[in-house]
Write a protein that binds this ligand. Structure first.
Ligand code: ADE
Ligand code: ZN
Length: 332
């Protein structure tokens, strides 16, 4: 079987996906017309052409503006449903999906609008396709910790629908230590913990995420390579990294996919996974990320299998569910 067919057919989990970053230009255009929102673009093609970024911040400015078309429950349903249909096409059988409540509450759109839309689409994907999914509520790190604490409190009616809390947005200048109290509270409430660290930020941010936030996973983490002691720690602890190759390329974390360190990290014994981050902004969903690695780094079949197995190992599924999917991959 050609490797691109293996990539497509092998069951996979996706663990690092911002639902607002899966908004297609077509849906953005449709919702802008529905709500009479003026976009700074004259067509779907112009939206796509605007997606050229020089760093994380240049992307975030466009990404937050794009989310402005999401207004009613049905919009959030459509956003989630579009992504879960894509999961079905790509054989993603389990997804752990981040959402940024503060991007919406800042516009007067509350949990009672977006959560029912998300939940409805997630139930439909379970029923129609057998796809399981979980929600990760991410705090925006460019805002103060007090705003994250308010967000955690506002989410209370929906705690049973949220598996983990995370930390995203502008990394430089906003270290994990800024959010120590809110993550302590979230941990005490029983949430799993993830945090973006070591995407643009230094290895010290990864150490802080581990030591101060008690993370179960690191999002990105590719700069761990600069710190030998950290590499040893990640190897021993098997704290997973959710790596996003096309994101790293689009946001100029690397200049060329051939420079990507994911296979070096894998060879060093770290639990790394492949993910798409913000697929409609970065030029590809999950399978395109596997393909980009295959084309640039020449992965073989067993590496693809290892990465797919890692996606389940690093997930928040039960041990029984993990074993079920890992056995399926082993049959390939
Ligand atoms: N929010 C959405 N995508 C992000 C990324 N790659 N880094 C930080 N925050 C984000
Ligand atoms: Zn991300």
């Amino acid at each position: 079987m050609p490797l691109s067919s293996i990539i497509k057919k092998i069951p996979k989990a996706e663990l690092h996906l911002h639902i607002e970053g899966s908004l297609t230009p077509e849906l953005m255009w449709r919702l802008a017309q529905k709500h009479s929102v003026t976009l700074p673009y004259a067509s779907v093609e112009e939206i796509e052409a605007a997606y050229n970024f020089t760093d994380l911040q240049s992307f975030l400015d466009i990404y937050y503006a794009g989310a402005g078309v999401l207004i009613d429950e049905d919009d959030f349903f459509s956003l989630m449903w579009d992504y879960l249909q894509r999961c079905h096409e790509e054989n993603i059988v389990h997804a752990e999906i981040m959402f940024d409540p503060q991007t919406h509450t800042a516009r007067g759109i509350g949990f009672d609008v977006f959560m029912p839309g998300f939940i409805k689409a997630m139930r439909k994907a379970q029923g129609d396709y057998g796809i399981s999914s979980m929600l990760i509520m991410s705090f925006l790190r460019h805002l103060p910790e007090s705003a994250a604490l308010e967000t955690l409190a506002a989410a209370e009616p929906y705690y049973s629908h949220i598996t983990a809390v995370g930390l995203d947005s502008s990394e430089l200048g906003h270290p994990p230590s800024k959010f120590e109290r809110v993550f302590k509270k979230a941990k005490a409430l029983g949430f799993k913990i993830v945090a973006h660290a070591g995407e643009e930020g230094p290895p010290s941010y990864i150490w802080e995420a581990i030591r101060l936030l008690n993370v179960d996973r690191i999002d990105h983490g590719v700069r761990c390579q600069e710190d030998e002691a950290l590499m040893d720690y990640l190897k021993t602890s098997q704290i997973p990294l959710t790596v996003c190759p096309l994101s790293n390329l689009k946001l100029c974390v690397i200049d060329d996919m051939r420079e990507h360190n994911i296979l070096k990290l894998l060879e060093a014994g770290l639990l790394v996974t492949v993910n798409s981050d913000d697929p409609t902004y970065f030029g590809g969903f999950l399978n395109a990320n596997y393909e980009a690695l295959y084309n640039a780094l020449g992965m073989d079949e067993s590496t693809i299998k290892t990465l797919a197995i890692n996606s389940f190992k690093a997930s928040f599924l039960s041990d029984e569910q993990k074993a079920h999917y890992i056995a399926q991959i082993a049959e390939y």
